[in-house]
Design a protein around this ligand. Structure first.
Ligand code: SF4
Ligand code: SF4
Length: 403
């Protein structure tokens, strides 16, 4: 007897998907060109063709459980080659945008991150917190723009011990907890995926082995961005992501050293570094290198994004993150320059904007595109665990490697 299975499309889901960048799915006529040209798609059940038909049919369950959306690096080759202009690369990005929004609570944050109309609320949270602090400390100092010994000193208005460290410490705990919940949700979803046998490929024994491989082979080299193509846009994307990554890594190390020496210096004066640091201090030098890398990365990615916008392939989600990182970088540099120049009014304002933007970058991380730092790395590691990989043979070394 023939089994009849009914397809139950989720119309709300299709509408939501179209809002976050998947508006062209209906144009697809299943020619499979996109799956053929995709440099990262595995041979078996290749993407993004199957995602296109799932999206057309509103098969939400299949799409939200799909590990392949995380394997796509949005090189755009499939969208360029699609004869119908259905933009499959944008659909894959839209699926990830929806995932960032829904993987972890509170759900209102995911909703606020998805539309420009909620941006004022996202800004207002840190803006009000730091304005209240400024008002209180300004009253204590007798001036909202104090100068100590002829120098601008940010800690007079925003004392690290009572304002910056506790607020960012709490934000960091909130973010770690949210990522943990998101990863657990992803794991639950991925556990339903079948394991694949790939000739010549040995699956890592544990998720930790897989994570080590992904960090070594992909995160540190950004190899997949490089493999995406040779064209100007592909190179801009590769260089932009790589420099941004190392810029953030340098600034993360600086922040960790400053926090550690600050608190350890309370107990053991040996660790005390003395602030503000002189320009030749290695930690200061590293901070400046990090800032330069950040700016180089931002220039590359902004150029690419502008090119994509001409092709109608950028969304608010893309611009939100890029814009925010620009504000973080420029306000940080301005805070330093204005402090040297002793222009108190503008210096404190720049520092205030810097604190607000850094708060937005950190506290909303799991719901922003930057959440891929965690979710994509986990998904890539899990994909290796189940053999969902695309492989190639290096004939010189006679060795099989994961693309
Ligand atoms: S998205 Fe375009 S290339 Fe891919 S199957 Fe549909 S029509 Fe063909
Ligand atoms: S955007 Fe690139 S990586 Fe993603 S599905 Fe298309 S071709 Fe593959």
């Amino acid at each position: 007897m023939t089994m009849v299975s009914r397809v139950k499309p989720d119309l709300e889901f299709i509408k939501e998907l179209q809002q976050v960048g998947g508006e062209n799915v209906k144009k697809c006529f299943q020619c499979a060109t996109c799956s053929v040209v995709c440099p990262l798609s595995p041979m078996d059940k290749s993407f993004p063709r199957k995602e296109m038909i799932w999206a057309q049919w509103g098969l939400k369950d299949k799409l939200v459980n799909d590990i392949d959306m995380w394997l796509c690096h949005k090189c755009g080759q499939c969208s360029e080659m699609c004869p119908r202009g259905a933009k499959p690369g944008e659909l894959m990005a839209a699926l990830r945008n929806m995932a960032y929004r829904n993987l972890t609570g509170p759900s209102f944050l995911g909703k606020w991150m998805s539309s420009i109309k909620h941006l004022p609320k996202l800004i207002a949270i840190p803006a009000i917190i730091y304005l209240i602090i400024w008002f209180i400390t300004g009253s204590i100092c007798g001036s909202a723009f104090p100068l100590k010994d002829g120098h601008v000193e940010y800690s007079l208005i925003f004392p690290g011990d009572y304002t910056i460290d506790p607020i960012f410490g709490l934000a960091a705990i909130f973010v770690i907890w949210s990522f943990y919940k998101g990863i657990m949700r992803l794991k639950e979803v991925f556990d339903t995926q079948p394991k694949t046998f790939v000739v010549g490929y040995t699956r890592p024994k544990t998720i930790w082995h897989a994570l080590y491989e992904v960090i070594k082979d992909e995160v540190l080299t950004h190899k997949k961005f490089k493999d995406c193509g040779e064209e100007e846009d592909d190179q801009l994307k590769f260089k932009g992501h790589l420099t941004l990554f190392y810029g953030f890594a340098a600034l993360f190390v600086v922040t960790a050293i400053v926090a550690f020496t600050h608190w350890a210096g309370r107990i053991l004066p040996f660790f005390h570094m003395g602030y503000p640091m002189p320009l030749y201090n290695p930690v200061k030098l590293l901070a400046n290198v990090g800032a330069i890398l950040l700016i180089i990365g931002l220039i590359n990615l902004t150029k690419r994004r502008l090119n994509e916008s001409k092709k109608d392939a950028s969304t608010y989600y893309d611009w939100y993150l890029l814009g925010l990182i620009w504000v973080v970088a420029l306000s940080g540099i301005l805070s330093e320059v204005l402090r040297w120049a002793n222009i108190a009014g503008l210096a404190y304002l720049a520092y205030y904007i810097h604190l607000v933007s850094v708060f937005m970058l950190i506290a909303y991380l799991p719901w922003s595109k930057l959440g891929h730092l965690v979710y994509r790395v986990f998904a890539l590691a899990y994909a290796r665990m189940i053999g969902r990989v695309s492989t190639e043979v290096d004939e010189q070394k006679n060795k099989l490697f994961v693309i």
